[in-house]
Design a protein around this ligand. Structure first.
Ligand code: BTN
Length: 271
């Protein structure tokens, strides 16, 4: 890799942000390779890095997904982490994972892909995964100290070349519409939209983000789903999100349950 490549890419991300009307207020670091951008940025957070510091990697050797799953991280895709030091009331800070999903879906739509969100923040095209969000928080004595928002989007990945276990479950921007932005363009778009939705949370609280999330969600309301949260498995009808972004389910016994974290899948009737 030529000397100065990383600096050039950092400048490119900043230039793209400026073209979108946004002067980025903190360091943006470009790494040819890293274990996980989230882990890297959590280390920087412990060393005192300022809020809005961002890291973009060309590839990850230990990319992590939610629930401890590995995240496929070959070059030409987006691996981005953003450090927030949120000055938000607790009720709004809890919405950051949903806000990040909205931001990723917005960016995908800029690239011509009709991305939808599956609770809490899987970015899907039809039933295939285009991207995902991993939000990790650290707390200090005074409360929330740092939040690292990790976003991965498959840009140029060839789904047919993915490991067998993932085939048929993932897609990419290029697979959907034949072309894809490079990681620097994609990073600027996602950072810009993350700032938009953070500002919306800070200004208006949860309602705007909840409405944006619902508007981009898979059309599962009123349908049977299975939610897994820790060891619990709940089957019911998906009704809505509550004011904290938790999933509201109506169970077959007539009770209503609220799922704060976990995974959900649609239950399709066998025909
Ligand atoms: C998911 O399981 O859907 C979340 C995937 C999050 C992947 C991104 S890639 C950038 C950041 N670094 C990581 O190790 N993970 C997140």
């Amino acid at each position: 890799m030529p000397a100065g490549h990383a600096e050039g890419m950092e400048t490119e991300v900043r230039r793209r942000l400026e073209a979108r009307g946004r002067e980025w207020p903190a360091p943006i670091q470009w790494l040819p390779t890293v274990g996980s951008t989230n882990d890297f940025l959590k280390d920087r957070a412990r060393e005192g890095a300022p809020g809005w510091s961002a890291v973009v990697a060309e590839r990850q050797t230990g990319g992590r997904g939610r629930r401890g799953r590995p995240w496929l991280s070959p070059p030409s895709n987006l691996f981005l982490s953003l450090l927030l030091r949120p000055e938000l009331p607790a009720g709004s800070a809890g919405l950051l994972p949903l806000a990040a999903g909205v931001a990723a879906a917005d960016a995908a739509r800029e690239w011509g892909v009709e991305a939808r969100l599956k609770w809490p923040n899987d970015v899907l095209v039809r039933d295939r995964k285009l991207g995902g969000v991993l939000v990790e928080a650290t707390t200090a004595a005074e409360g929330l100290d740092a939040v690292v928002v990790g976003v991965g989007v498959n840009l140029s990945l060839d789904p047919a070349a993915a490991p067998p276990a993932l085939r048929g479950t993932i897609t990419s921007v290029r697979a959907e519409n034949g072309l894809a932005p490079g990681p620097a363009v994609a990073a600027a778009a996602v950072l810009d939209r993350l700032a938009v939705w953070y500002d919306a949370l800070a200004r208006d609280g949860p309602p705007a983000v909840l409405a944006a999330w619902r508007a981009r969600s898979v059309p599962w309301w009123g349908r049977a789903v299975e939610a897994r949260s820790g060891d619990a498995v709940l089957r019911g009808i998906a009704r809505d999100l509550d004011g904290r972004g938790a999933l509201i389910l109506d169970l077959a016994d007539g009770s209503r349950r609220v799922v704060l974290s976990g995974e959900v899948r649609e239950l399709r009737l066998e025909t």
